[in-house]
Design a protein around this ligand. Structure first.
Ligand SMILES: [Zn+2]
Length: 142
């Protein structure tokens, strides 16, 4: 899928959209000195943040920086093949799949597919979350 980048650096206005997805998965952190070293599962919650400073000006996506459905289409293969109801230590290839590592893992796989991607947030629990981003200055998250 080819999408035009929604970012023009010369323009100062900006929108940030977030597409949330959830998955159930197990992991363990072999180096941890507490309970996270044991095999356990979470209901993971992720948000993909995309920024743009121009709106599509015609067609079905008029008024959007990007269709949420186009983000969803890029997430789905990751959910189906690596994340949902899998053991993350096995499917991601991460020996120590912390929230930080998983957020980066997801970002790296979406970076070339979602123009304007600025950050991936991963909530491991209701009270523990991580945001990964790189090379993007002044991104705004709520
Ligand atoms: Zn955990």
């Amino acid at each position: 899928m080819t999408m035009e980048s929604p970012i023009e650096e010369s323009n100062s206005q900006r929108w940030v959209i977030g597409k949330e997805f959830r998955f159930e998965a197990s992991h363990k952190l072999p180096n941890h000195d507490g309970k996270c070293a044991r095999l356990h599962g979470h209901s993971w919650r992720c948000v993909i943040y995309v920024a743009g400073n121009k709106l599509i000006n015609s067609g079905a996506k008029q008024g959007m920086i990007m269709d949420y459905e186009d983000i969803k289409k890029q997430i789905k293969p990751l959910l189906d093949n690596y994340l949902d109801h899998y053991h993350l230590n096995e499917t991601t290839g991460l020996a120590n799949p912390t929230s930080e590592a998983i957020a980066k893992w997801i970002y790296d796989r979406l970076e070339d597919k979602i123009p304007g991607l600025i950050a991936v947030k991963v909530d491991e629990t209701c009270t523990s979350q991580c945001i990964y981003s790189k090379g993007k200055q002044n991104f705004f998250l709520v």
